[in-house]
Design a protein around this ligand. Structure first.
Ligand SMILES: C[S@@+](CC[C@H](N)C(=O)[O-])C[C@H]1O[C@@H](n2cnc3c(N)ncnc32)[C@H](O)[C@@H]1O
Length: 290
């Protein structure tokens, strides 16, 4: 929790600084301010010199149960996220499939651009092709230029677009601690979890998959600040980055997200289980406060 408070304090300072510059993504930062931004990012992402953030597939994560963690299946869509884009997707009814992004999104007109590596129209591809390290470096810069964290009454800190974001665009990676899911999430915990499958190391040809989670409750990327909405404008999806990495990403949906708009996802039914009221304000809200 202390780390979380420190992170929020730091984010707040960064947001105040960005506002004071009247900076937007379309007005490039001066060299001096770019260096300042890099210094902020280093402080945010490597406090005490050791990185706080883990991603879905990281051979050096030190994940205690699986020395070589390979995530070979998608987010568990049933309990957490309704839609998944990836080359390997678990469809509850049909098992593993290889499909391209447009087929998975069930929208033949969907055009998917990668905001990070700047590849255009990925619709007929099965994964994002930018190399993971480049992708990570670029995403962090883009988050701080294009996204903002602001407080909303009753919802805490929330994620907003500083510039419009086109439909079907990868916004950034959902990061957190990679841990084995050994218990069922309470509603408040589930809001911070992206469920994934991890492949156990093979011994005598025995391996198998274990449910894990990317837990953003104490540490994570800016994506952990996305609120729930019953009419969301983004979703979490598993995508492939580079030749061998998988990442859970926040992706905009069929409509562009406007500048100043809050970026939201659907937390799924588990989140409502503890009697939480929803403050999304959507006409289709599943659990309004009044
Ligand atoms: C993943 S976190 C989002 C970041 C959080 N707002 C913060 O400041 O750390 C999920 C928590 O945000 C709040 N929240 C998100 N969406 C909400 C909504 N639609 N209605 C009420 N509270 C919401 C709830 O407290 C929820 O447990």
């Amino acid at each position: 929790m202390a780390e979380n408070i420190e992170q929020i304090r730091l984010l707040r300072q960064i947001e105040e600084w960005k506002t004071s510059l009247h900076h937007t993504a379309s007005t490039p930062l001066s060299r001096q301010n770019r260096e300042r931004l890099s210094a902020w990012l280093r402080r945010l992402y490597t406090p005490n010199g050791s990185p706080l953030y883990f991603y879905a597939q990281d051979d050096e994560s030190g994940f205690p149960l699986f020395p070589r963690v390979r995530v070979s299946a998608a987010i568990d869509g049933r309990t957490f996220h309704p839609q998944v884009i990836s080359d390997h997707v678990v469809d509850q009814s049909r098992g593993f499939q290889n499909k391209n992004l447009t087929q998975l999104l069930k929208d033949p007109s969907a055009r998917i651009d990668c905001l990070v590596c700047e590849q255009r129209d990925l619709s007929n591809k099965t994964f994002f092709e930018c190399e993971y390290e480049t992708w990570v470096e670029k995403t962090q810069k883009i988050w701080f230029e294009r996204l903002a964290i602001r407080e909303s009454p009753g919802k805490g800190y929330c994620l907003f677009a500083r510039e419009s974001i086109a439909a079907w665009t990868s916004i950034g990676e959902y990061r957190g601690e990679l841990v084995k899911s050994s218990w069922k999430a309470t509603a408040s915990e589930s809001a911070y979890w992206a469920n994934i499958h991890c492949e156990a190391p093979r011994k005598n040809n025995r391996g198998g998959q274990t449910l894990c989670r990317i837990d953003g409750s104490k540490k994570g990327s800016l994506m952990r600040f996305a609120s729930h909405s019953c009419s969301p404008n983004a979703q979490l999806a598993k995508g492939r980055v580079g030749s061998d990495r998988y990442a859970v990403e926040l992706v905009s949906m069929a409509n562009a997200i406007q500048s100043g708009e809050e970026i939201t996802i659907d937390y799924g039914t588990d989140w409502f289980a503890d009697g939480e009221y929803c403050l999304c304000g959507s006409p289709d809200c599943r659990k309004p406060a009044i």
